[in-house]
Design a protein around this ligand. Sequence first.
Ligand code: GLU
Length: 476
Amino acid sequence: MRFAPSPTGYLHVGGARTALFNFLYARQTGGEFLLRIEDTDRERSSEEMTGQILDAMHWLGLDVDEPPVHQADGVAQHRTAAQSLLASGAAYRSFVEPDELAAIRERARDEVVPIRRSMIGVSDDEAERRAADGEPHAVFFAVPDGVTEWDDVVHGVTRIQNDTIDDFVLLRSDATPVYNLAVVVDDLDMAITLVLRGDDHLSNTPKQVLIYGALGAQAPRFAHVPMILGADGKRLSKRHGAASVEAYREAGILPEALVNFLALLGWSPGDDREVMDLSELTEAFSLDRILKKASVFDAEKLEWLNGRHLALMSPDRLAPVVLDHLPEPERSCAEAEPERLHAVADLIRQRARTIQAMGDQSRPFFTPIEALQFDPTATAKHWKEPAQAAQRLAAVRDLLEASESIAAESLETDLRALAEQLGVGAGKLFQPLRVALMGSAESPGIFDVIVLLGRDRCVERLNRALEVLAEPPDAP
Ligand code: GLU
C-alpha cells in the first residue's frame, strides 16, 4: 500500500483520507504502508511542503513503515522503462512540434478518431536516424486495439474501449517522464499490490493498465475512492473554508477526531458505531464497505466527533493540549498549577467542542489579578447600577471570607440564601458575580467556578471588581 501525494501544497483532507484508508488496510492485512513523494514537477514541488505532509501524517498517527521514496530520484529508471517500451514496439518517437500536435488533436477530435502513430509518428528507420542526429522528440505510448479493463475494488469491473484513448506521452521532448509512466515504474519497483487513491485518477488508470501490460508486468489491484464534496455539491476545496489538515489542527480539532471523521467519509463500519479510534478503525476497516457515492464534508459532524473525543480523553492527555492553547500570561500560571489545570480541563471539556474553545474557556481561570479585565458588554449589562452591583459583590466577598472552606454544594445553599437576604433573584446575584470572577458573562456553573478559582482568588477578584465599580464614571 502506498500514499503518493504531490508536494505542491498542504495535506488536503482528501489526501489525508486516502492516506488513512491505505494505512488502515496495510495495518489490518500486515502489509507495508509506504509514502512516495511525487515531486517530478520541480517547479511546483517543495521540500517544505514534503515536510508539512510528513508532519501532518505523523500528527494524525499515520506513520509510514519506510522512509519516503522521492519520485524525482527514479527518473533514470523511468527513462529505462520508456526505452524498453520503444524496443518492444509498444512505444514510438514523435518529432511533431507542439503547435502541429495541437492541430492534429483538433482534427482528430472533429473526426472522432483517436490519435495514433500514423498521424504523429514516422518509420522506425527514420525515427532512429533523427534521434541519433539529436533531434528533439517525445516518446509516445502506442495504444493497441481492443478493450482495457480492471476489476476495481470500489467500482467493480471497469472497461474502456481503447479507441477512446489517444496515444499518450511517456517522455517529453526534454526527456522528462510523465506521471503515468513514473507511477507505474515506481509502483512496480515498490512492489505495490493495491493502489487506493481518489477517483479523480480514474481516467489515468486505463493508461497505467496498458503500460503494465506492455511491460509484461501484472497490474496491482485498484481501488478508486469517491471524492469528498462541499455542502454545495462541488468538490471540496479552499473555497469551502479550511481544506487542509493543518487548518483543522490549528482550529483545535483533535487528530483522533479528524481520523474518525475522515474514515466515515466514504466508508462505514457496517453497524451504527460512529465514535471510533484508530485501533477500532483498523479492526473494522474493509475495502468492500467503501462507498461508491461521493461523500459530503459535514463540518458540524466533525465538531461533534471532536467533542466526543474530547470527552473521552484522559485528563493526563487533555491538560497539556489545553496548555498549548493558552496564551501568556495564563499559560505560565496554569503550568505552575498542574492540579488545577487538570480540574479545569476536566470541567471545560463537557462544554467545549474544540481545543481552541477549551483554551478560550479555560483562560480566565488562570488570569493573574493584574491582567484581569472586565468585558465592557458584560459590565454594561450586569453592573448597570454600580452601587447596587457593588453591594451584592461585597456581600459575596464577605460570605467567602467568612467561610473556612468551600465546597460546591454548601456554596449553592449559602449563595441562594444570600440572594434571598438581599431580596434579589439568584440570577441577579450570580450574573454580576460571574462578571467579577471571570471577566465575562459566559462561564461554566458559578459554583464550579468558585471552587476552581479557590476562595482567595475569588476574594481578590471581587475586591478588584469593587475597585472598578468605585471608580467615578468617565467624564462626559
Ligand atoms: N500524485 C498523485 C496525486 O497527488 C497520486 C497518484 C496516485 O496515487 O497514483 O494526486
